[in-house]
Design a protein around this ligand. Structure first.
Ligand SMILES: N[C@@H](CCC(=O)N[C@@H](CS)C(=O)NCC(=O)O)C(=O)O
Length: 230
């Protein structure tokens, strides 16, 4: 049996994207969490950009970059998540290529230092949401990006749609309601067990603690964790 080790920072969305694919394929893997501020030498030796995720296969070879990892997993472990049709596959890859732009539009507000910067970041969300809404209209009837069948595109967007919801609960953004297909897609993805590397409430708390620590403008709206308040 092939041995997989996925190296991670607990709240990294790019890691989450690869962990989702391993779970979708019912593949056992060692999930090794390291600290961003204390990356061990063994990790620096296997990660060319010093970033997570990395995926080590049979203690021999290490892959990096979540998209490359996911494409590899899809080529080597069934069930195939990419569509059979080459045109659909190209469309899926094109939308996966849009993830970094989408991600920075959606989570940019978490990093804004001032209210003005926060408002500027929020103003970028409708363009990203509108593009996805139109893509979903073209792709079919849901619940997933390609319709009934879950795909790599679903896994690629899941961590960022989830973070939008987290941010919306920290300080109301109120955008997703305007995009019915995107909203329904987000709900389907959140209900999919593979999305979650940790129990949902625990993970949200970890994310909120990160936002609080970041001391950005929105940090002031993160209420203390219930356990700490009691
Ligand atoms: N394009 C990369 C992005 C990975 C990435 O940015 N990971 C972050 C953690 S969420 C990281 O390792 N940052 C550390 C650094 O930039 O030094 C991928 O898709 O794998």
């Amino acid at each position: 049996m092939t041995k997989y080790m996925l190296v991670s920072f607990k709240t990294c969305p790019w890691v989450q994207r690869s962990a989702i694919i391993l779970r979708e394929k019912n593949t056992e893997f060692e999930f090794r969490h390291i600290e961003p501020d204390n990356r061990p030498d063994w990790f620096l030796a296997i990660s060319p950009h010093k970033k997570v995720p990395t995926l080590t296969i049979d203690d021999k070879v290490t892959l990096f970059e979540s998209n490359a990892i996911n494409e590899y997993l899809d080529e080597t472990i069934s069930p195939r998540l990419h569509p059979e049709d080459p045109i659909q596959r190209a469309i899926n890859r094109a939308w996966t290529d849009y993830v970094p732009t989408f991600a920075s539009s959606v989570t940019g507000c978490a990093y804004a230092a001032t209210e003005a910067d926060y408002q500027k970041a929020i103003a970028k969300i409708p363009e990203a949401f509108d593009r996805l809404e139109k893509a979903l209209e073209k792709q079919g009837s849901g619940p997933f990006f390609n319709g009934a069948k879950y795909s790599l595109v679903d896994a690629a967007y899941a961590p960022f749609l989830q973070r939008y919801l987290f941010l919306d609960r920290i300080h109301k953004i109120g955008q997703i309601e305007k995009y019915p297909r995107l909203k329904a897609w987000t709900e389907a993805i959140m209900n999919r067990p593979s999305t979650h590397s940790f129990p949902a409430a625990e993970f949200e708390e970890m994310y909120r603690a990160n936002v609080k620590r970041r001391n950005s403008w929105v940090s002031q709206f993160v209420e203390p964790a219930r356990a700490a308040a009691e």
